[in-house]
Design a protein around this ligand. Structure first.
Ligand code: CTP
Length: 453
């Protein structure tokens, strides 16, 4: 082949690689619902080591590398030689802008003992996919390549996503190795069941990239400043039945509440999320209680509220429900051209919580307004005896139902904090910051929260 042909072939390969990488980035962003600009605070400034070992699932590690980078992380990939049989280092290098490390004795880099410097600075190590062979080495302290030497030197949190044939996974040797790693503090993500590349059906498929990324965010996003705290969050709309086929609801999608629950769990809290119907991905690190109506939510909240340190009511609870629910479908022509509905008030859950608060409990409500935002929200703070109202206006661009961002004003008895437009997850962190600051100030003054009843 002449030099011209070689150049043409090279150009073709580079263009195919570019297309492959663009497809990976687009696919991952869509699946993870990433809004790059808005969510990249989550791993900003964090150094994440991504270990890739030899498995057909190695191609999915490229999705993980892409997503972690989009969330702001500085991602460094460590590959075994077998991994490079499935995916090229160049793919990872293009996605992360760092050399994918494979050879412990590579002399062609700035002088530092490679595996030690990577291990020392890392905020988290995630090995995805982790083959049976790598798992066995890690469980027994064998360090014979870049990935295993680095893992042995890592003092940061470590996560493992096994991927292998189901018989290999179920083999007592592999199970014992995983148990040993669990005992050493590794987080082991359960593989999924399904048809495996080897043609066998069973458990052994690498967890989806979004699950792996969620585990990294959970571990590395924030210091565990809420460890030991029990947090109850409500989210989403309620549905009030009218007849067996119809219900009344509102536009809430649950995003703000889910963001609060996820961020509190990232910060180490034990979280219960009481959720109305939403189509959001279900967060892994919180306990979810599904409800439909305002009445269901009242029962679910009040059955656990007394043992909670912090309660955040982000749900859009119906204020009214049909006074009677028809036993049969209401027929179109049953009442002439108009249908009149008689509605009755639901219980105000936040008010009940304010009146029945436990000692040292912090309660935060939300307020959605279309006018007089601060005035109306402050009135709710007082009327419902709560510590904070996070207020947002439906009229403000970037706030409200279904958006990925919010513009909140945090109202407490003595302060008003106007937050700029930011992602709902970042806004959730700011709400939690303020709640913790309030609790700390009270603790320093030796004050107990007021009991109203
Ligand atoms: N809330 C509640 N139970 C209800 C209605 C509202 O717990 N039956 C809570 C919401 O979860 C939110 C807060 O009260 O945290 C404020 O809700 P919002 O709808 O803004 O105000 P309302 O109290 O319903 O008053 P209004 O409809 O007059 O604005």
């Amino acid at each position: 082949m002449g030099t011209g042909d070689e150049m043409q072939l090279l150009r073709l390969q580079v263009s195919l690689l570019r297309r492959e990488i663009s497809a990976i980035i687009a696919g991952t962003a869509a699946r993870l619902r990433l809004r790059t600009k808005e969510d990249n605070f989550m791993l900003q400034g964090k150094k994440i080591l991504l270990g890739v070992s030899g498995s057909i699932a190695a191609y999915k590690a490229a999705e993980c590398a892409s997503a972690l980078t989009k969330l702001g992380a500085d991602v460094h990939v460590l590959m075994t030689k077998n991994a490079a049989e499935f995916i090229t280092p160049l793919t990872f290098e293009t996605l992360t802008k760092h050399r994918a490390a494979m050879d412990t004795f590579d002399r062609n880099f700035e002088y530092k003992v490679g595996h030690i410097s990577l291990a020392t600075d890392a905020d988290a190590l995630v090995i995805a996919p982790a083959s049976a062979d790598v798992i066995a080495k890690l469980a027994n302290g064998i360090a014979d390549d870049m990935l295993t030497t680095t893992a042995l030197a890592c003092i940061c949190p470590k996560i493992l996503a096994p991927a292998m044939n189901s018989h290999m996974f179920e083999n007592p040797v592999t199970q014992a190795n995983l148990e040993r790693l669990r005992d050493f503090g590794w987080e082991i993500l359960e593989p999924e069941s399904g048809l495996l590349a080897c043609g066998v059906s069973g458990k052994g498929r690498m967890p989806a990239p979004e699950r792996i990324v969620e585990a990294v965010v959970h571990t590395a996003h924030h210091s565990k400043d809420m460890k030991g705290l029990r947090v109850l969050v409500t989210a989403g709309p309620t549905q009030e039945d009218l007849d067996p086929v119809r219900y009344l609801t509102n536009h809430s999608t649950g995003r703000m509440g889910y963001a609060l629950a996820e961020m509190a769990a990232c910060r180490g809290a034990e979280v219960i999320l009481i959720s109305g119907a939403t189509d959001l991905p279900r967060p892994q690190y919180v306990q979810i209680v599904d409800i439909r109506s305002a009445d269901d939510m009242f029962n679910a909240v009040t059955s656990v509220s007394t043992s909670q340190d912090i309660i955040i009511k982000a749900a859009a609870v119906a204020d009214f429900r049909p006074a009677t629910v028809a036993d049969n479908k209401i027929k179109k022509d049953s009442e002439g051209p108009y249908l009149s509905l008689r509605m009755e008030k639901t219980d105000d859950i936040l008010l009940w919580l304010g009146l029945h608060r436990s000692l040292n409990q912090t309660i935060c409500g939300f307020s959605m307004e279309t006018e007089n935002l601060v005035q109306n929200s402050r009135a709710k703070l007082q009327k419902k005896h709560v510590d904070m109202i996070a207020a947002n206006s439906l009229r403000t661009e970037g706030a409200g139902f279904g958006t990925s961002t919010n513009v909140l004003t945090l109202i407490t008895r003595d302060r008003e904090i106007e937050l700029p437009k930011m992602s709902k997850k970042e806004a959730a962190d700011r709400v939690l910051d303020e709640i913790l600051a309030m609790r700390k100030a009270r603790e320093e003054k030796g004050e107990e929260t007021e009991r109203v009843y």
